[in-house]
Write a new protein. Structure first.
Ligand SMILES: [Zn+2]
Ligand SMILES: [Zn+2]
Length: 312
């Protein structure tokens, strides 16, 4: 009898554990995820750090939403466990090449999986021409494969949605995505994106100088993923290269120092700040502490110094 009661207790405990673990895994599966694919600012390639060029992934209800396509993004998606035939939505923040150099090749790489799904792409003016021009660049190969291998036409799989003003970018049952114009001279069409999913709100700054309107846009978000520049390293760089005063001017006018990133996060009142798009991103001597100390002067929340393939 005791054995039987023991058995029943054990069985019912096991059943509730199993139910619990199923619920937990269902929640984990549907939880909105952020995966940093590339965290180095600028178009240069480096082996001095493990950072690759800019790209960020948000996964909502198991559907990937890719923000920016820096060089190496296809490989980074695969490394993050996202098969390229799952690619569904792409968002471009602005048309500096560290954010779009692999845009066309990524469309191509998704197409040659032979099971690509429809891809919707959103971004500022110039995106439609860039898409068309990439398919022209690969026209010989694409036309050959269509005729020779009977594959689908990739030009019909991609829908481009260009915009030249901030607003609602797209909305579906899982997520609402809005944009905010940020400050990235001389580029005027540079945008931040906000993802409001059921369980999480996430803001991606794109490239920007200190922009109080971005803090307003990010109000109440759970996570702010913000670009960052470490001024002491910039000064060092300038001293080593006397001819780079114009580079210094460009960097200071169009990116955000660690102190100012902290200011924006504090004004926005976000819980978690994730640093990405590190400038310089190829200097291994800059420690995580150095990246965060300036931020911490102005922001009391959680600071995460981003790394490639880190999930938040
Ligand atoms: Zn950039
Ligand atoms: Zn830029």
């Amino acid at each position: 009898m005791q054995n039987r009661r023991q058995f029943l207790i054990t069985a019912s405990t096991a059943a509730s554990y199993s139910l619990l673990s199923r619920t937990v895994s269902a929640q984990a599966k549907n939880r909105t995820r952020i995966i940093l694919l590339g965290t180095k600012g600028g178009p240069t390639l480096t082996t001095r750090t493990s950072r690759t060029n800019p790209a960020t992934l948000i996964v909502v209800n198991d559907v990937p939403y890719l923000i920016d396509c820096g060089y190496g993004v296809s490989r980074q998606l695969i490394s993050a466990g996202i098969a390229l035939n799952r690619l569904r939505y792409i968002f471009i923040t602005h048309h500096h090449s560290d954010h779009n150099l692999e845009y066309g090749p990524l469309l191509y790489n998704a197409w040659v999986t032979s099971q690509p799904i429809k891809i919707d792409v959103y971004g500022p003016t110039g995106l439609a021409k860039m898409t068309h021009d990439f398919f022209e660049y690969q026209k010989f190969d694409i036309d050959t494969r269509i005729a020779d291998e009977g594959v689908s036409d990739p030009r019909k799989l991609v829908t481009v949605h260009e915009f030249e003003a901030a607003g609602t970018t797209m909305e579906n049952a899982d997520v609402k995505i809005t944009s905010c114009r940020v400050r990235h001279p001389p580029i005027t069409q540079s945008y931040a994106y906000r993802f409001d999913a059921k369980d999480r709100s996430i803001v991606i700054s794109g490239d920007t100088a200190y922009a109080p309107e971005l803090a307003e846009f990010a109000k109440g978000a759970d996570v702010l993923v913000h670009e960052v520049m470490y001024l002491p390293a910039i000064e060092k760089l300038i001293k080593e290269h006397a001819a780079s005063t114009r580079l210094r001017e460009h960097l200071l006018a169009s990116h955000t120092s660690t102190e100012d990133v902290g200011r924006i996060a504090a004004q926005a009142g976000v819980k978690t700040l994730v640093l990405t798009h590190f400038v310089p991103g190829d200097d291994p001597s800059i420690t995580d502490e150095q990246w965060s100390e300036g931020v911490r002067k102005n922001f009391r929340g959680r600071i995460i110094v981003g790394k490639d393939l880190m999930e938040i």
